[in-house]
Write a protein that binds this ligand. Structure first.
Ligand code: NAP
Length: 312
């Protein structure tokens, strides 16, 4: 494969593959670099049911369809983890763990990464009772007791998913309100095996091979107490939000107060030829549909940039 392209897209989620589709349909020679499954974050979503016209579909399936659609239009994909981006003579040099690629225009759509819960023992028991993905690890908790930390969309979706697997699901919400919309919370309350602990935080976990002790704090009174479990019978799923993944573009962009990349409406950053799209941007609504829209706009802006600068 030629390592010089018209356009390189870093990230194969909804933003990246929507950009690839639009770029390929505009006859650009475009390559998507992705280090995991197509779909990015949605690949770990059990169900996507808010993408218009789609009905209900698994995130992994939607990610795969987006990739196939872009490739059918002429986009190429390559596996690689991008470590850095250099700028040389108006070209972007994209350094991956596999190869060096270059293009005069770049769209970065690296999404967002899960935040940590911040409790004692979290790192030590990661994969041994502490998880960040219900669709990935839920099966290990069939018939068991699980706690989910968080009160946003992700936490509610994880609770719904795990309620079909675990015997008992407890949602641990640090304030007295959810961040997730009311309709979603109401659906949650219809499940018999889900309970909610408001104004509560998990502050410590311990055990030997697996967790057997969880310390909880009542955030209204500050009181703490420990609960004991048989080892291996309990799990904690952390779903407390995501941080925009901006590391590789940091030298070339400005960041907003939410940690996302600041772009204008055309998805342009302060560096000519560099566009950002999807959840890594500073924005108010992070959804599949807004990521896909960002991707389409970024592709058309990259096309205009290449044309105006005489590169195509
Ligand atoms: P989020 O909306 O930012 O919610 C994070 C939740 O975790 C909040 O309830 C927050 O509490 C809580 N939290 C944060 N740090 C915590 C900590 N250290 N300990 C305990 N609780 C903590 O995050 P998200 O649910 O991952 O969603 C991220 C974005 O993706 C959002 O824009 C969301 O709308 C979108 N999303 C949408 C869907 C969908 O539409 N189906 C699905 C998933 C995600 P506070 O409220 O007190 O801050």
């Amino acid at each position: 494969m030629d390592s010089t392209k018209d356009l390189i897209i870093v990230g194969g989620g909804p933003a990246g593959y929507s950009a690839a589709l639009y770029a390929a349909r505009a006859s650009l020679d475009v390559l998507v670099v992705e280090h995991g499954m197509a779909g990015g974050q949605i690949a770990t979503s059990d169900i996507i049911d808010n993408y218009p016209g789609l009905g209900s579909c698994s995130g992994a399936e939607l990610g795969q369809k987006m990739q196939e659609h872009a490739e059918h239009a002429g986009a190429q994909s390559t596996y690689g983890s991008v470590s850095s981006i250099d700028r040389k003579d108006d070209m972007f040099i994209v350094n991956t763990d596999m190869e060096q690629l270059e293009a005069p225009a770049l769209i970065v759509a690296t999404g967002a990464t899960p935040r940590l819960g911040g409790f004692v023992g979290e790192d030590e028991f990661r994969g041994r009772g502490v998880s960040y993905c219900a669709t990935c690890d839920g099966m290990f908790y069939r018939g068991k007791h699980v706690f989910i930390i968080g009160g946003g969309n992700s936490a509610v979706e994880e609770a719904m998913y795990l309620s079909n697997i675990a015997e008992h699901v407890e949602l641990v919400v640090r304030r007295d309100v959810f961040r997730a919309p009311r309709g979603m919370v109401e659906r949650l309350l219809t499940r018999d095996n889900i309970t909610i602990r408001y104004q509560t935080s998990i502050i410590e976990v311990s055990g030997s091979t697996f967790i057997n002790r969880i310390v909880l704090r009542d955030n209204a009174t500050g009181e703490t107490h420990a609960e004991m479990f048989d080892e291996g019978s309990v799990g904690i799923f952390v779903a407390v939000g995501h941080d925009p993944a901006t590391q590789i573009v940091a030298p070339y962009v400005d960041l907003g107060s939410d940690g996302g990349v600041v772009t204008d409406e055309s998805m342009a950053t302060k560096t000519p030829g560099l566009f950002c799209a999807g959840d890594m941007r500073s924005k108010s609504l992070r959804q599949v549909i807004t990521a896909a829209a960002d991707g389409a706009i970024a592709a058309m802006s990259a096309y205009a940039y290449l044309e105006e600068s005489g590169r195509i």
